[in-house]
Design a protein around this ligand. Structure first.
Ligand SMILES: [Zn+2]
Length: 130
């Protein structure tokens, strides 16, 4: 885990060299093609299109990130609703806050999940013999 360059992951660059972007569109909010990826790295030729359906596994990463994001809102909610009745009465505000935050971050989280999935594959599974 120590040789993972998290700067490359969070900036959505090639996990191996960090020079080439993973995605064709620079913005996560270019909704027509925010998921389009390059087939390989232009600098080191690392393969980004590993196999058909490879990125389906990234949904597990996306789920973990989404849950972490919602749980990060929980302490803020608890601070403003410190009694049990207030906590339960205002639960819809918490859910709405989670929904709004996930809606705003979904494009980047989806891309980030793919970048993490690809990084895990390259760093830990690629050169193993099974
Ligand atoms: Zn590269």
């Amino acid at each position: 885990m120590s040789d993972v360059k998290w700067r490359y992951v969070f900036t959505l660059k090639c996990p191996t060299c960090g020079k080439s972007p993973l995605y064709i569109a620079k913005s996560s909010f270019n909704f027509s093609k925010f998921m389009d990826m390059h087939d390989n790295c232009s600098a080191c030729k690392e393969d980004f299109a590993v196999e058909p359906g490879f990125y389906q596994g990234a949904m597990y990463i996306s789920y973990i990130l989404s849950c972490a994001l919602c749980l990060s809102l929980l302490p803020i909610y608890v601070i403003f609703n410190n009694s049990r009745d207030a906590f339960l009465d205002n639960a819809l505000y918490y859910l709405f806050g989670c929904f709004a935050m996930l809606l705003l971050t979904a494009p980047y989280l989806t891309r980030l999940s793919r970048a993490i999935w690809l990084t895990l594959h390259i760093r830990f599974l690629k050169n193993k013999d099974y």
